[in-house]
Design a protein around this ligand. Structure first.
Ligand SMILES: [Zn+2]
Length: 159
């Protein structure tokens, strides 16, 4: 279930939304291979209707599994937005999308979570990284010989 609320309910009173948003719905496209999410996002939000907009405030927390960018050690981490606020105007350049009287907060949450993904995670600030980088050199060497073998095949075809 995406994180929806109904505007008609909001007409009566402020809404308190609390729960977990499954990763399938959050649908984060984490491009950094050092950052992994394997638990749902935890939210605790207060939604109120203002004259010309909706205001959402509260906390968002997404547990993360990180890998140190230098030594690849696993680190427990989290994106923890304690004073998250989202202002959704009814009109203007970027109005809130309302479908069947409902507003889906998922895209707004996704955007701000992605902006908060840790860059270049480290197990400790002065991590010295892997002692020997030999493994990497070996791999790139293998790739090179594969490439030249492929070129040799291509050359054979030409003649
Ligand atoms: Zn490290």
């Amino acid at each position: 279930m995406p994180l929806l609320f109904n505007l008609r309910q909001l007409d009566i009173k402020n809404l308190h939304l609390k729960g977990e948003l499954p990763l399938e719905d959050l649908d984060l496209e984490l491009t950094d291979e050092l950052v992994h999410a394997n638990k749902p996002l935890i939210y605790d939000l207060e939604v109120q209707k203002l004259e010309d907009s909706i205001l959402v405030q509260g906390t968002l927390k997404l547990p993360l599994k990180l890998e140190c960018a230098r030594c690849l050690k696993a680190i427990e981490g989290a994106i923890d937005l304690r004073d998250w606020a989202c202002h959704l105007p009814f009109e203007g350049e970027d109005p809130v999308i309302i479908l069947n009287d409902s507003v889906d907060l998922t895209p707004y949450i996704r955007e701000d979570i992605l902006l908060s993904v840790p860059q270049h995670p480290l197990c400790e600030p002065d991590c010295r990284g892997l002692v020997s980088p030999r493994k990497d050199l070996k791999t790139s060497g293998e790739q090179e010989s594969k490439t030249s073998a492929a070129w040799a095949e291509l050359n054979k075809l030409k003649f």
